[in-house]
Design a protein around this ligand. Structure first.
Ligand code: NAP
Length: 293
């Protein structure tokens, strides 16, 4: 098993240290600014790592692999500092979703990749558990990617690849799946609050509905998981929705409702060719409504 150093012991750095140690990797060093956090993680590892400050970067040379798990906007400066100290032949990963391995290009003679776990880690302990079964996006040098595959396999996750130039697009898609889903949920909660129901209550009320949709997506493609007004192409119901939102002067909601409605209609069309006429009518209504708003 490879020896590993981790630079930046926050949520992801801590989670990876815990999960990798559990799977038999030796965590040689935890390098961080906040040494107290690193000590809390070190206590739970199967071996006793060195806990070092950033000024001791040369120590990583006793490891085969280095993970940079600082905030995205610090990765470049860490890579530059590391380039003065690291020996050639080491494998270096970062875990950012939006940045590619090119951000590590200053590390000449090393093998470099990005290894992005597609999970939300709010604390290292629950995060280390959630790495199991997660999907990991890998991108970078062949040798580093090969080791990344091994690490993901050992963590009981699954990997996939994107091209280096596609990393920002890939990450935008991930943000839509996670953060934007929460933002969309908030739009619905706010709208229900306009019906006299408090936001916390609205959240409770909508949660089972949202969960049932995710459950449908577990077994069906989007066009089959889609239910409701747009799946059925209910023209009059949609017109009532548009009028009600407009009456409340919620222009942003109107735009979100309409644009997502058009995407829903594309999905509905795929599985309901018999609804073509109503679907076209709804598309025209939305376009007309938006042009007059
Ligand atoms: N958390 C997630 O859900 C998640 C999911 C997927 C990928 N990621 C990726 O994982 C990486 C880390 O994210 P995170 O959420 O774990 O961030 P985080 O909790 O803020 O942890 C970053 C840690 O790095 C430390 N640090 C910053 N500069 C340093 C330096 N020069 N030397 C040593 N340590 C340094 C920070 O210390 P200070 O706080 O004192 O600055 C902090 O402890 C990012 O690239 C992020 O995109 C995170």
């Amino acid at each position: 098993m490879k020896k590993i150093s981790i630079i930046g012991i926050g949520r992801m750095g801590g989670a990876l240290a815990l999960a990798l140690s559990k799977k038999g990797y030796t965590i040689e060093q935890l390098i961080s600014k906040n040494l107290k956090n690193a000590e809390i993680i070190a206590e739970k590892l199967n071996n006793k790592p060195e806990i070092l400050s950033y000024s001791k970067l040369e120590k990583v040379n006793s490891s085969d692999v280095v993970f940079i798990t600082t905030q995205d906007d610090r990765i470049t400066e860490v890579a530059v500092a590391l380039s003065q100290k690291i020996s050639p032949g080491k494998i270096v990963f970062h875990t950012s979703g939006s940045l590619s391995s090119q951000v590590l290009s200053v590390l000449k003679g090393c093998y470099k990749a990005s290894l992005h776990p597609l999970i939300s880690v709010s604390n290292p302990f629950t995060g280390s558990e959630n790495l199991k079964n997660a999907f990991f996006c890998l991108e970078g040098d062949e040798k580093a990617v090969e080791l990344g595959k091994r690490i993901v396999f050992d963590l009981e996750g699954q990997f996939f690849f994107v091209r280096t130039e596609d990393k920002p697009l890939y990450h935008a898609a991930a943000v839509i799946t996670a953060g934007h889903l929460v933002a969309l949920f908030q739009v619905a909660v706010k709208l229900l609050s306009k019906c006299g129901i408090s936001e916390p209550e609205a959240q409770k009320i909508f949660l089972p509905l949202a969960k049932s949709v995710i459950k449908n997506l577990e077994t069906q493609p989007p066009e089959k998981a889609l239910t409701g007004t747009f799946a059925r192409a209910d023209v009059e119901t949609m017109k009532q929705h548009l009028r009600a939102i407009k009456q409340k002067k919620l222009d942003d909601v109107l735009e979100i409702y309409s644009k997502l409605g058009l995407i829903s209609l594309e999905l509905s069309q795929k599985v309901n060719p018999d609804l073509k006429e109503q679907i076209e009518k709804m598309k025209a209504e939305i376009t007309d409504f938006l042009s007059k708003k």
